[in-house]
Design a protein around this ligand. Structure first.
Ligand code: NAD
Length: 334
């Protein structure tokens, strides 16, 4: 472990919220200086220039690219902390090679994303969005409602990680049957039945995706998989758009095989294909499942605390790498 360091400089490359108050409070409380870049993510070259100018000890980044050149531009750099989960905007290998920690905040929005998934299921079983649209359009027609009793349905959760487990816990309160598919199936989850993907699709009225997007999960759900689902079901995707073949979903909604598709993420986002928004069974939100006042504040505070921890010579809470020449951190390596 490194000894505590002198007051240092921390560069916040960009921020997806109105100000830098949370990050500034944490960084300055620890005696360091915060330099803040433009709110909108700048180009890789602009970030490289910012790093070369300020030579920060720590970098906090939301979406802006932190390239190998940027990482090499500050000899004092000890940590690049992601304000989020994914690391695709950070040259992690370059950081590792230079003895620089990379951290993330993997669990700041578990409650929000699982709430969003369960909310989408309830919106479908209770017809909330459809009924709201009809009432606003002047149709007060209770006899036309086609609603469902959730406790009689089977929900299949694909991906039993942090968020999948939270969704399963919350769905459990509604009394529905719960199937789970994960390459690492749960061993000690009472009330949860681990099954293969094909069996899950065949038996589930509701299919909820909580898996990461990787080359192996691209279009995990396409025409073939949707055809396995019982007619009249619901697909929920609050993970990544690329998991689902949108054209296949549009077709399945169009021919009635799928009754609903609740999607917080799209492979074409922010573009929404007209064929999708035209479908009455589509329930669409603009990649906001992670968001709440509490989750965003927690994210900002915890990412800034990682920087302070490293500059104090302490171990990170969520290491995503093992920097050359340093002992491994206690994080989960993602
Ligand atoms: P996690 O890593 O804790 O869990 C993912 C689980 O998926 C793991 O248990 C893994 O074994 C499993 N898995 C991997 N490949 C699989 C496959 N082919 N089939 C079935 N299971 C598979 O991740 P998490 O924190 O639960 O997050 C899940 C995903 O949610 C993230 O990867 C991210 O894409 C998405 N997410 C979305 C938002 C949003 O705002 N919409 C916010 C945060 C996370």
């Amino acid at each position: 472990m490194k000894p505590p360091s002198r007051p240092g400089t921390v560069l916040l490359t960009d921020h997806a919220w109105p100000d830098d108050s949370v990050e500034r409070a944490v960084v300055e409380e620890a005696g360091h200086t915060l330099v803040t870049g433009p709110a909108e993510p700048a180009s890789a070259e602009a970030i490289e220039e910012l790093v070369a100018e300020h030579r920060p000890d720590g970098i906090l980044t939301c979406w802006a690219p932190v390239s190998a050149t940027a990482i090499g531009a500050s000899p004092r750099l000890r940590i690049v902390a992601r304000l989020g989960v994914g690391l695709d905007n950070i040259a992690v290998d370059a950081a590792t090679g230079r003895g620089v920690w990379v951290t993330n905040v993997p669990d700041y929005c578990v409650e929000e994303v699982s709430d969003h998934a369960v909310g989408m299921v309830l919106a479908w079983t209770r017809g909330l969005a459809v009924a709201d649209r009809e009432v606003r359009a002047g149709h007060w027609n209770p006899a036309g409602a086609r609603l469902r009793r959730l406790s009689t349905l089977t929900c299949g959760v694909v991906g039993y990680g942090r968020i999948g487990r939270a969704t399963v816990r919350k769905l459990g309160a509604f009394g529905c049957r719960i199937l789970v598919h994960d390459p690492y199936p749960p061993k000690d989850a009472p009330g949860v039945e681990p099954v293969g993907l094909e069996e899950l699709l065949r038996r589930s009225d509701v299919v909820i995706l909580h898996v990461p997007l990787t080359p192996g999960t691209q279009h995990l759900i396409g025409a073939e998989q949707l055809a396995l689902m019982p007619p009249g079901g619901l697909l929920v995707n609050v993970s990544r758009g690329g998991l689902v073949d949108t054209d296949a979903v549009i077709k399945a909604l169009g021919n009635g095989h799928l009754d609903g598709a609740a999607l917080d993420v799209l492979e074409t986002e922010p573009h929404v294909p007209a064929g999708l928004s035209d479908q009455p069974g589509a329930l669409l939100t603009p990649h906001i499942a992670f968001s709440s006042d509490a989750s965003v504040t927690e994210l900002r505070r915890r990412a800034a605390e990682e920087v302070v921890r490293i500059l104090a010579g302490e171990a990170p809470a969520h290491a995503c790498n093992t920097p050359r020449g340093l002992p491994a951190g206690p994080g989960d390596g993602r």
